[in-house]
Design a protein around this ligand. Structure first.
Ligand SMILES: [Zn+2]
Length: 382
């Protein structure tokens, strides 16, 4: 049943806001006189939006498409996407909305001008991206198969061979090509985070859907097993970028935690010395500045193609890259479910080294005081 045009339709989209004037085909699908249906059209088979660079989850657009006014269902996909994004953006808080609109424009500007050098990198091709052992372990999809290709040199830190050398080389060339374009076009790009002055956000120049697939099909299965308590099985968004160290690049990286539930860190190359990662135990917000226990102190030397997987809250930093040039691919994986649940959690987090230490300390003193009590009891009855 369609309620298009009915005054009882409470899902009517709010009035649109001015669109910056850039869209030329906006007249066809203005959201001003089009309303969403109250009930979805279950027969309609929606388009897929995975390959588009959008600030919303592609699955959300596919399900929203069933609510589009009947006249719009056969419009080109781009038009439908634009219409739905305009609606979705209205439901974000104003600050967030402006940021999302600006960022969309920024990405569109890059993607419409930048010519990729190796287009084959922009969609996951498992047999040419990954080493066979990694691929087999993921296909087998058991804790045993994962453990068979990994080491856990310190609790909660997993190390494994992941990327083929050929893939790493192509990726390095693509990044170089992108940076060359940035310089030539005098384009001002946003850096990956507040701590790196060099490097680039892969999601901003076309890699978003590839990295999403990488997270969903390859990192989430591992995280479901090893990081379930931080939302490892519900990872649903990511921030993907490369960092660059060496001469004329960043030198080192201070001690910090990542804005992620699970972080994948893979070295792509090239030749370098130094640049070790140092880890100092996972900590909750409350304990982020507490000292490390000796078993939490771990240093890791990068090897091209080799991946490190750890919780975002696992404190770490990178030592100076003393010679050469080092490039690493980072994928910060996030779980919206975990972030929402955390707001209501009263228990201590089981993965925080300091919370665990405090708990053990409480148990120890409880046992000690009970023993003392029994000792006195037996003395008084003796
Ligand atoms: Zn804690």
């Amino acid at each position: 049943m369609s309620l298009q045009g009915s005054s009882t339709d409470r899902r009517e989209a709010p009035p649109p806001q001015a669109n910056g004037g850039a869209a030329s085909n906006g007249a066809v699908l203005s959201s001003q006189n089009q309303r969403l249906r109250l009930n979805p059209n279950k027969e309609h088979k929606p388009d897929g939006y995975e390959d588009m660079e959008l600030e919303f989850c592609p699955a959300l657009l596919s399900s929203l498409e069933r609510y589009l006014p009947p006249t719009m269902l056969n419009h080109p996909r781009d038009d439908k996407a634009k219409f739905m994004l305009d609606i979705l953006l209205k439901y974000l808080p104003p600050g967030e909305r402006n940021r999302a609109i600006k960022h969309r424009e920024y990405r569109q500007k890059i993607i419409s001008n930048y010519q990729p050098r190796h287009r084959e990198l922009y969609a996951v091709n498992p047999t040419s991206f990954f080493v066979p052992a990694f691929l087999k372990a993921i296909n087998d999809n058991t804790e045993q198969s994962f453990r068979s290709i990994m080491t856990e040199p310190s609790p909660g830190i997993f190390v494994f061979e992941m990327l083929q050398q050929e893939f790493c080389e192509l990726m390095l060339e693509e990044i170089e090509n992108f940076e060359k374009w940035v310089t030539e076009a005098k384009f001002r790009i946003m850096r990956p985070n507040t701590m790196n002055k060099y490097g680039a956000v892969l999601d901003d120049f076309g890699f978003e859907s590839m990295l999403d697939k990488l997270m969903e099909s390859f990192i989430r299965p591992l995280s479901r097993v090893f990081f379930a308590e931080v939302g490892g099985s519900t990872l649903d968004s990511h921030h993907g970028f490369v960092v660059e160290y060496g001469q004329d690049r960043d030198v080192d990286l201070g001690f910090h935690v990542d804005d992620s539930e699970v972080t994948l860190n893979v070295c792509l190359g090239k030749q370098f010395s130094g640049g070790e990662l140092f880890f100092r135990g996972a900590r909750c917000e409350k304990h982020v500045n507490t000292g490390a226990q000796s078993e939490e102190i771990f240093d890791y030397s990068h090897v091209p193609g080799q991946a490190v997987l750890h919780r975002g809250r696992h404190r770490h930093g990178a030592r100076a890259t003393t010679s050469g040039h080092r490039v690493n691919l980072l994928l910060w994986c996030r779980s919206s479910v975990f972030r929402e649940m955390k707001r209501y959690q009263k228990d201590f987090p089981s993965w925080c080294g300091e919370c665990n230490r405090e708990k053990k300390e409480r148990q120890r003193s409880l046992i000690a005081s009970r023993l003392e009590f029994f000792r006195r009891e037996s003395e008084s009855t003796a």
